[in-house]
Design a protein around this ligand. Sequence first.
Ligand code: SF4
Length: 492
Amino acid sequence: MTEHELELCKLSNAQLPPYELKRITKLVADTKRFVEMYSILPYMREELDRDFGGFLEKHGLNVDPEGMMLLAYEDREDERKMILEAPNKEELIPESVYRFQQFLANKLAFRDRMIDELCKPVNKRMSKWRDRQINRSLAGIGGINKSFVHSPLTIELDKGCSVGCKFCGLGAGKLEKICRYTKENGALFRQILADAHELIGNAAGFGTLYLATEPLDNPDYELYEADFVKEFGFIPQITTAVPDRDIERTRRLIGEFKTRPGYIHRFSLRSLEMAERIFEEFSPLELVQVELLPQFPEAPSFVPFTVVGSQAERVKKEDIRDMDPGTICCADGFVINMAERSIRLITPCHMTDDFPNGIAEPVKKYFDTADECAKLMREILEEYMVTDLPNDEPLHLYPFLERCMTQYGDSLKSRYGGSIFAIDKLSRSYAKRLIALLQEGDHTRYDIVKIIGSEYDAAPQDVFWLLNQLWKQGYIYDSRLFGQRIKGEGTI
Ligand code: SF4
């Protein structure tokens, strides 16, 4: 970077002169577009090799070729790494690369803030429950869980989805009903938002208005969204597989980021033709807060689908990830469906025969009025979001935990690679015995305390403490969420 560009790096966005802020934003948008095109269009490298400058000109990208090659080319990876790790990296890298890396880092930092802070319910019970589910998901889904925000409230505006993508990671059914924004439905929706806000706090405002639905299926999506923004002050994120269905509508929706706070939107790109159309219709600046997810195998950055439910039979084996997390569910809490007036509790888990969509859904109830919905929310919270170890049922470990030797010695290791619990590192002499009793799965918490107490002369409160730690860690099976488990069975 030049001396001037280096000086600018010391200023926050608010301190930057407006013309510089505008220039840098455009630079990031153009860089992002270049990287996305490179990772989505299978023929782009060939075109670049033929005429790099011509390609940039054709697509109106005002970026430096050296920076773009450094950022995107696989054969420049070692060089990129060397520069990024150099103590004087700011001097070595082009401004485009520096600003783009900064943009990505800020996006990830905000996501992490959502996980740790913004999506944390104010309700203590719900917050503790969510923490335990996040821990359990790390072992039960794998490392990808670190990118799931575990949002506590999601609202579906329709029943089912019209698109039927073969890559659907939520097992969406066919579109059956759309909840139009009538006077009555609008009032119901606003009251539900207000009640959820009161119970969950601002964290309720970081959810979405879709789950196993396509947000753009609802012609009144924007009216619901306006109410949501009024209640929470934040634009709910959309992931749409049909941004090309009505380009001007999509343009208006993503354009809202210019005037109101929001995080990102996502477009799923169903085919190469669709990707080309999106690049043609939307300028780089328009898509600066939109992530593009190529869902077709010709794209160089295509990541095979996470396969759930009936989709498993429709997808070719080579389209499936090696270490498939078995779920894409980022929501962890209440899902309210406006079309059928239902409320359910959900939590992500690895797809199995028992949980074919990679989601456990222990309860679903129906309501007519907002008051009934609010009452159900509180009842579900009390009954299903338990925080303490169950008293009177045998305790056992989740089946995805395997006892084996690791580099840390005797351990519990997650089958999906998310976590290793080093039993050998525990200071308590009875730890192995306690784990063995949990593996047997025949003993209640009181039985375990009694057995350990008689064999090791251990204080009951110490044994309870260790059991509680394992519970909070999400290692002990929660029958409220996954059903009573018959010993030795169950596939979660
Ligand atoms: S991915 Fe989205 S749009 Fe596609 S079928 Fe599933 S819910 Fe519908």
